[in-house]
Write a protein that binds this ligand. Sequence first.
Ligand SMILES: NC(=O)c1ccc[n+]([C@@H]2O[C@H](COP(=O)([O-])OP(=O)(O)OC[C@H]3O[C@@H](n4cnc5c(N)ncnc54)[C@H](OP(=O)(O)O)[C@@H]3O)[C@@H](O)[C@H]2O)c1
Length: 452
Amino acid sequence: MVDDAGDDTGPDRAPDVDVVLLGATGFTGRLAAQRLAVLQQRALAGGDPFPVWAVAGRDRGRLEQLVASLPGGGPPPVVIGDVDVHDDASLGRLAARSRVLLNAVGPYTATAQAVVGACVAAGTHCADLSGELPLLRRVVGAFHDAARAAGCQVVQLAGWEALPPDVAGLHACRAAVGAGPGEWGPGAGAPVDRLDLSVRFHAVPRGVRSLADAVSAGTLASVVEVLTDPGAGVVGDPAALLPSDDAAGAAAVRRASPLRVRPHTAAGRLLGPVVPVAFLDPPVLHRTAALLAREAGEPHRPARVREGIDSGAVLRPRTLLVWPGQVLLAAAQRGVAALTRMPLGARSRLAAVVRRRLPAAGTGPSAAVLHGWRWEVAAQAVTADGRRGAASLRGTGHPGYTATAALLVALGLEMAERQRAAVVPGVVTPAVAFGPGVSRHLSTPELSLHLA
Ligand SMILES: NC(=O)c1ccc[n+]([C@@H]2O[C@H](COP(=O)([O-])OP(=O)(O)OC[C@H]3O[C@@H](n4cnc5c(N)ncnc54)[C@H](OP(=O)(O)O)[C@@H]3O)[C@@H](O)[C@H]2O)c1
């Protein structure tokens, strides 16, 4: 068990498992379980301790099958069955046993709030991969104050969207303002004016041909749920995740950093819209800055945030050929945002049609396309007085699944190690949950943070 110096062992908190993975039988959950098993094997082979971890879900038999399929080396994970996200009592018992609960049960729109509620009631840190903006907004509104009072962290969007840009962005800002070790960095006295992010794929496996090679059934189901969400109007708002009581800050973000989904150029390179969704990272980056400003008791002066997928040097003939495709991609994403503004009845009818055509739950990209990727999310920050800072998060594995599972696990292990008194509590972003230092869990062969 991770040494927690006793700060988690009061009469109200007696977790017996450091990291619990709920939804471990799903497509992404299985990858996260494999990642935990590999990291455990590696730690024990190197003579290092590894936290006690568990797989949880509604079907004990399938969980046991999963455990039997995992790489060996060290004690197997604890199996916690009979946990249904529609059963508050089972969730309450699970949250009470967990120091950190990682939730891979989707679609999140219908289920995530119950899990967050159980964790906040028990004072348990939790993280999930939800990227459905209306849901994220609701969780901020419903749970931020309660999580602060309970001293725990709730982290959403802890996968490839939006963890790498958030973490690289914070470190680029810290470097630009010359923050020392352990200092959060920018603030009203040392504002960052511009934050530019680019995503680069250095290697992509052959064989990514169809939608099924790119996204899982669970992700498709989540996208459909957004269509039927009455709060879907927040899609496209860069201030969607600002603290609920910060109307002035939200207006400032919309003014300083409007979310324009279109190809653009930066430093002589073509940056296309972030796929599959260009609407998620900017609200998260602005939330990070707003939360940290609030922690420091300073006003939040938003930076202009821009991001894109690097398609190469603008003047290369190959890059010129991809311009039209990037314009189409941007138009398609804006079309999806426009759909969220249609009347709810029409959206619901459309969702019902799409739902009937979804692939079976638990399925996703084939094993052949889960590996062979090398990607990098780079951030550059420029302060009001022209100082620059840069950082990047580099990784391997399919961004949406293999890498997402590794990112969720890295965050969970980091959260399990932190002293409760040392964290910024509340509904926080991945970067705030990782803290201002460089986490050793982001220093592995598969995932690594680089400070320029
Ligand atoms: N933001 C990102 O970067 C990112 C990336 C990947 C995935 N995701 C999201 O992650 C979620 C999972 O995706 P996936 O492809 O792994 O989905 P999936 O394969 O369909 O898995 C869903 C999991 O949820 C469990 N589950 C469903 N209903 C449950 C209930 N009532 N009680 C307890 N467990 C229940 C399933 O358990 P059973 O096995 O018992 O059915 C399964 O373990 C989706 O919402 C997806 O959008 C986000």
